[in-house]
Design a protein around this ligand. Sequence first.
Ligand code: DHB
Ligand code: FE
Length: 290
Amino acid sequence: MAHISASVYTSHVPAIGVAVDLGKSDEPYWQPLFAGYEPSKAWMRDHTPDVIFLVYNDHANAFSLEMIPTFAIGTAASFAIADEGWGPRPVPDVVGHPDLASHIAHSVIQQDFDLTIVNKMNVDHGLTVPLSLMFGQPDAWPCPVIPFAVNVVQYPVPSGRRCLNLGKAIRNAIESYDEPLKVQIWGTGGMSHQLQGPRAGLINAEFDHAFLDDLIADPERLADKPHVEYVREAGSEGIELVMWLVARGAMSDLAGGPPPSVRHRFYHVPASNTAVGHLILEETNMETSP
Ligand code: DHB
Ligand code: FE
């Protein structure tokens, strides 16, 4: 059977992707940020999964205000690159896993989550920047990726509790897939940032560190945090952090297993106008899992 080996969390600031694409990662502004991801890249080389289930939000590139799915799963064989601002990044197209994605859609919908099934979708910096941070600049991404888009752009957005519970359902779905695949689940976006209005540039390091602490040790409590608290404390775009709860909900400790191991934790301010956070949680029994 398939199993989840680890969860990876990272911000997805578009300027990071531009720094990679333009070869600026050694410049003084960017060097400390990319240095913080070096241990993760090394870990990833030894723990490359068979598939990544990547939870992110679209920034009006695949969807617009004409149609706003709360949860959308990408079931296509491949996903073209698109972006706002600087335009589409020069990175490889994303290869999907239609069979596993369809299985997850079936299982999760039967567990009472109403997913939107998307057979054609472009993916933006929300998905490509995390791939670049973890894998650098390969000719092709090292494994298939199932894009899973969450609406955190247009209210109403899903609650933290619903995101955590969705992660639990995704875990059940993956564990009932009849092929021995090693799957990582990634949660992206955040940390504190606000891109417009009088509070543009807001950073709240205290909030961000407390979020990381709770994400590791007490995600059930974190799931009760209301939206207004994210917006007040972490800025209007800080609400992207609810997507990290989808990935956290898929870890086995929330289904009675042992706590995951923290493989890497990193925090850096600023990247553009945003606080960057990053965490890798590995399943404790990963090597002995079937
Ligand atoms: C920016 C955009 C994002 O989507 C994000 O999550 C962080 C920063 C930006 O435009 O700087
Ligand atoms: Fe974003």
